[in-house]
Each structure stands twice: as C-alpha cells, then as structure tokens.
Design a binder for this molecule. Structure first.
Ligand code: G3H
Ligand code: 13P
Ligand code: ZN
Length: 307
C-alpha cells in the first residue's frame, strides 16, 4: 500500500522509532526493500535520487514501486531524494507517483531555501504529497577543525524552528556530522548528539538523518575479498544510529550500504561461478544480501513489526 511520508513519519514519531529510506536504481533494489519489509513487517521508504531517475526513468521506477506496493498491505512510501532541480520536483509532484519529495536547498542562501521550499510545499499540498526539506550542510564531523566552523555549517536549532514555521515542510533533514558515501570517519563514529537533542526538543516535525550507512564489516569484507578497493571505508556505527533515533530522528537514509551489498553479492557470485552468464542468476545473491542488510537496518531502527 502506498502512503505519504507524513503518514509514515507521524506514526514513527509517536512510536519513537525511525523508518529507513533506501535508495534504489533498479528492479532488484526495489525487490530487496519490499522483501525485507515483508519479512520484518516494517514500513519502508523507497527513495530515488535525481541520478536514479536519469539512470532508470521516473515513470519506470514509479511503475515498479506502485506494482510492488500494490501487492502488499505494508505502508510503502515512494520518495524523491535530494531534489535540486525544481522543474523535476514539480514534475514528480504532479506525476501522481510520489508520496513525498525532498527539496534540497541546503546550498542556497537561507532566504532562498525558505522561499523555494515554501513554494514547493504549496504545490505539494494540493497534490497530497509530503515535502522533506534540508537545512545545514551534510558534512562529516571530522571536516570541521573549529567549533565556530562546525556551528556555521551544521543545522542551527533556532534557524530550524524559523525554517519549519515559514515553509510548512513535513520533515526536516538536519546536518549533525554525518556525510554521504562510504568514508565518513577516520576515527570513531561520533555525531553531534547534543544538536539532535536540542533540535528535536524545539522542532515539532519528524527529523531526518542523511548519510546514515554503517558500512557493515561482514559485507565490506566480502567486497574486499573479491577485489573491491574500499579498505578505509567506515560508516556510522549501530550505536550512533540507536542514539540518534532515541534522541528524535525518525527517518534514516541508506544508500551506500545497499551499494556495498550489491557489489559484494555480484563479485562473489561471478568469482565462484565463472561459467554463468545469466543475469538472473548473477543478481540473485545481490538481492539476497541487500535484503539481509535492509532487514538488519529495520531491526536497528525499531521499525520491525510496526507495519
Ligand atoms: O544522498 C544521495 C544518495 O546517496 C544518492 O546518490 O545521486 O549517486 O544516486 P546518487
Ligand atoms: P549514505 O551514503 O550514508 O548511504 O547516505 C544516503 C543518503 O543520505 C541518501 O539521501
Ligand atoms: Zn542524503
């Protein structure tokens, strides 16, 4: 069953858990998210970035998700992730495919971010589509050398209150020291927990954690064993995610962990089965490994059993 982001996250906020938003680019990734949601009886958010849309097509991905979601009673949200192209976001809102869109105006001057977000919220409201917005620069905590630098880039709690009031957005992505990709920390997995707590205490809408992949050791090991060069990859620890959720995060974005699982599955299978040329056989272990990784996330986020 397709639902909006607002429906899914309001429930999560009340229940004090988070829902995973998993980036997909193809049929196999959609199959993995839905299979994991079924196995865990969990809500799920299926995200498509602008890059995913360029790769596979909005209509194509939307149709696959609509069909898969239509076959289950589980609440599935189809979401546009990190929308920066306003025309593409408008198209997504009007398409009838998406339950939510994200406008990522985080690199714009504050007033411009407010103005464009508010305009898109007005359009989305009429279409029954939720809007996630972003405030602050999603950057790794180790990227800041001074406290002043960190304060200037991570989400300012007071500004977040003003932003939500003026835009009417349904969920807010905050910058608290995570970054996108497989290389998040050279040292320990540490986030600005005090900032999450402060923002959650004064911003009433659900909060979103981007760059939340954990780069699980067992999956990384398989990747490396079969030739992938990601020795220094390091993600957000499970303990950090648990703490962030306990402090008020309700949506957790995962892309890198699915990429690593896909990669590990394909590399190992091809190595072990040099005679196989059937893509259905080659991609099966990748789907199974992604499903396993997503199930672990759902347990970690507390969304298992919440559908
Ligand atoms: O946060 C962005 C996601 O990881 C999507 O990445 O733009 O390469 O599809 P992508
Ligand atoms: P990761 O790169 O940590 O998976 O983050 C994904 C993300 O934030 C998508 O919006
Ligand atoms: Zn992101």
């Amino acid at each position: 069953m397709l639902v909006t982001l607002k429906q899914t996250l309001q429930k999560a906020q009340k229940g004090r858990y988070a829902v995973g938003a998993f980036n997909v680019n193809n049929l196999e990734m959609i199959q993995a998210v839905v299979a994991a949601a079924e196995a865990e009886k969990s809500p799920a958010i299926i995200s498509t970035s602008e890059g995913a849309i360029h790769y596979a097509g909005m209509e194509e991905l939307g149709a696959l998700v609509r069909l898969a979601a239509g076959r289950t009673k589980l609440p599935i949200t189809f979401h546009l992730d990190h929308g920066k192209n306003v025309d593409l976001i408008r198209t997504a809102i009007r398409s009838g495919l998406y339950g939510s869109v994200m406008f990522d105006g985080s690199s714009l001057p504050y007033e411009e971010n407010v103005a464009v977000t508010a305009e898109l919220v007005a359009l989305a409201r009429k279409a029954g589509v939720s809007v996630e917005a972003e405030l602050g620069a999603i950057a790794g905590i180790e990227d800041f050398v001074t406290v002043e630098d960190r304060d200037a880039h991570l989400t300012d709690p007071k500004q977040a209150v003003d932003f939500v009031k003026r835009t009417g957005c349904d969920a807010l992505a905050i910058a608290v020291g995570t970054k996108h990709g497989a290389y998040k920390f050279a040292g320990d997995s540490v986030l600005d927990y005090a900032r999450i707590k402060k923002i959650a205490s004064i911003v009433k809408i659900p909060l979103v954690l981007h760059g939340a992949s954990g780069v699980p050791e067992n999956v990384k090991k398989v990747c490396i064993q079969y030739g992938c060069d990601i020795e220094d990859a390091k993600g957000v620890s499970d303990a950090s995610i648990r703490k962030a959720v306990s402090l008020g995060i309700n949506k957790v974005n995962i892309d890198t962990d699915l990429r690593i699982a896909f990669d590990a599955g394909v590399r190992k299978f091809l190595h072990d089965n040099p005679k196989v040329i059937d893509p259905r056989e080659i991609l099966k272990p990748a789907v199974e490994l992604m499903t396993k990784v997503i199930r672990q996330k759902m347990k970690l986020l507390g969304s298992s059993g919440k559908a």
